[in-house]
Design a protein around this ligand. Structure first.
Ligand code: C2E
Ligand code: MG
Ligand code: MG
Ligand code: MG
Length: 290
């Protein structure tokens, strides 16, 4: 009886595993097809320079346009990581997001665009080929491109990440530690790698104006970043009160629904950059990459 019961339990778990595996396989096929058929799209979310009081940058966020639906990355990034597709996807994002700088410069002048790279893609040649190609193509200058390293996968070998960071510095690309405080390795990363930016996870920001524990943690993260000479971005600034906290704590930049949601490039220009060309040719003659 006991054995039978155990057998039943084991069988039930097997079924669940199998259906999970089935779902993952179906998603993998869907992602492979989406890469081949060009079904991914990019939205830009504004990043507000707190001191300058203007939208001075944008983060490119990938979406899957499939069957009339826009699927958000929370649904498929982890599958792409496990299926070995993430470097290809991240490289696609780099090749398609960075050229948007051409348009953004015309409307905003100095402007910085951020792309997300999974920690799993760090040592991958697809990523660096995409970066070097597009930097040369667009004539990207120092301070115009940020690579946000998303700690969705624990990195066993910090030297891979550090070598990547060094090569980015040589290319004039800034690096950001994304979702700081949410992952297991945040402090480990910060100890071993010189980031230009720390993006403080929204869980410490969204309620900091009404939760003293969140405020205490946010304040000390900002203090730590300041001591290390790393600039800070507040994520999930979703209310004016959260914006006030970011400003009072002396954070450098803010991102969230209170400033604006991610939208396609054309809407971004109209909504956040007033839709007027102000810098028609100021960068036309810039070809150097640093
Ligand atoms: P992330 O890099 O931290 O990007 C910010 C996410 O927070 C975005 O979700 C954005 O829509 C959302 N968000 C922004 N402001 C607010 C707010 O005020 N409140 C709340 N609740 N949410 C806000 P999204 O676009 O669904 O992306 C989720 C995550 O997927 C990203 O988090 C990033 O880790 C990953 N991701 C997105 N694009 C890529 C990509 O091209 N490559 C890789 N590897 N990961 C990506
Ligand atoms: Mg990010
Ligand atoms: Mg983030
Ligand atoms: Mg986040």
């Amino acid at each position: 009886k006991d054995a039978g019961r155990n057998g039943y339990v084991v069988l039930a778990e097997d079924d669940r595993d199998q259906s999970r595996t089935g779902v993952r396989m179906a998603w993998k096929d869907r992602l492979v097809r989406a890469l081949a058929d060009g079904l991914f799209e990019l939205h830009l979310q504004p990043i507000y320079d707190v001191r300058a009081g203007r939208v001075a940058g944008a983060e490119a966020l990938v979406r899957l346009a499939d069957g009339g639906e826009l699927v958000h990355p929370g649904r498929f990034i982890y599958i792409a990581e496990r299926a070995g597709l993430i470097a290809e996807l991240d490289a696609w994002v780099i090749r398609n997001a960075v050229p948007m700088l051409g348009t953004l410069r015309q409307y905003a002048g100095d402007f910085e665009i951020g792309v997300n790279i999974s920690a799993r893609s760090l040592g991958n040649a697809l990523i660096e080929d995409a970066l070097t190609d597009v930097i040369e193509q667009i004539g990207v200058r120092r301070g115009e491109l940020i690579v946000e390293i998303t700690e969705t996968a624990a990195v066993q070998d910090i030297t891979v990440a550090r070598d990547f960071a060094d090569r980015m510095r040589d290319l004039g690309v800034e690096i950001a530690l994304d979702d700081f405080g949410a992952g297991f390795g945040s402090f480990h990363y910060l100890k071993h790698i010189s980031f230009d930016w720390v993006k403080v996870d929204g869980e410490f920001v969204a309620n900091a104006h009404r939760d003293p524990r969140d405020l205490a943690m946010l304040r000390s993260i900002v203090g730590l970043a300041n001591d290390l000479g790393v600039r800070t971005v507040a994520e999930w600034v979703s209310s004016p009160a959260a914006m006030d906290v970011a400003r009072e704590l002396g954070m450098d930049a803010a991102q969230g629904f209170a400033i604006g949601a991610p939208v396609p490039l054309e809407d971004f220009v109209a909504r956040y950059l007033s839709g007027e060309v102000k810098h028609q040719s100021s960068h036309d003659d810039v070809t150097e990459s640093t």
